[in-house]
Design a protein around this ligand. Sequence first.
Ligand code: ADP
Length: 329
Amino acid sequence: MNNSKINKIGVLTSGGDAPGMNAAIRSVVRSCIYNNVIPVGIHKGYKGLVRKDFETMQSHSVSKIIQLGGTILKSSRLPEFATDKMLRKMAIDNLKEDMIDALVVIGGDGSFRGADLLSDEFGFPIVGIPGTIDNDIFGTDFTIGFDTATNTAVEAIDKIRDTADSHNHLFFVEVMGRDAGFIATYTAIATGAEATVIPEVPATIESICSYMQTERRKDKTSGIVIVSEGSQLGSAQEIAEKVKERLPEYKTRVTTLGHIQRGGSPSTRDRVLASMLGNYAVNALIEGKSGVMVGITGGKVSYTPFKEACSKHNPIDLDMLTIAKILSI
Ligand code: ADP
């Protein structure tokens, strides 16, 4: 616990962008101002820390950004940050030179690994906010961006269903999520997909084929298989080709939704989550907390050490997959 007075807080967004990051920046900036702390925006993530690309923020600096996707502070990737301690020292020296007392890092697990090193090596106060569409961070029920990304995927798949139905097609739709099947599982339930392939649950081409061929399914006029990008069976394209080899009578099509899932105006849920977490992060730093990520777990604010947030994963609720299966008979 560090109880020295915090006068200036830096905020940056790092790694993969996610809708709702702007709402989080806005919340951090305005919560600082409310607490008589000067907010400083750091451009382009850790690159901006190293290059000292800083900007003192005012309340109006974050006007009308709550509804914007992306991040006004920009994001970047700086792989050398993991290996080069001199870079990390430059980052801390730059913060100290500008009299910044603490830092808020908005990002995913990679960004938190960087934040963990900075706080361990230099004792610098840092609090993280989970911003990633993948929902793959331990210590929060939902990450900022997940809800919007899932809504985008659902909207796209509803449209794919229309065309699939018109032509009796079997569509394989690949969604994002890295090693986690959250986007796939939620999307599958919400679109009534016929099958779901996620990294956490082993599947075989045979199991997908036999599943598609049950009596009830044969009467269906279209089929949608949601494939999570981290699937152990390969990409949606590879799975579709293997299924087609075994079931040549099916007219298969493949769509990879890709980066549209990262963009767009954040949903209400993501705006609210980001607004809450931004405020909790500033309060946590003022209270002397450091080396932790703020999250919301079971409806309550939670603080998870960076190491735990990066190394553990929230398990997929297997009930959800069972229910998706039952409802798509
Ligand atoms: P995300 O935060 O979305 O998971 P990345 O994995 O790309 O995105 O990480 C963002 C940045 O965080 C990297 O470009 C790098 O600068 C930093 N970073 C990632 N992993 C580490 C690590 N192990 N140690 C220190 N910094 C890291």
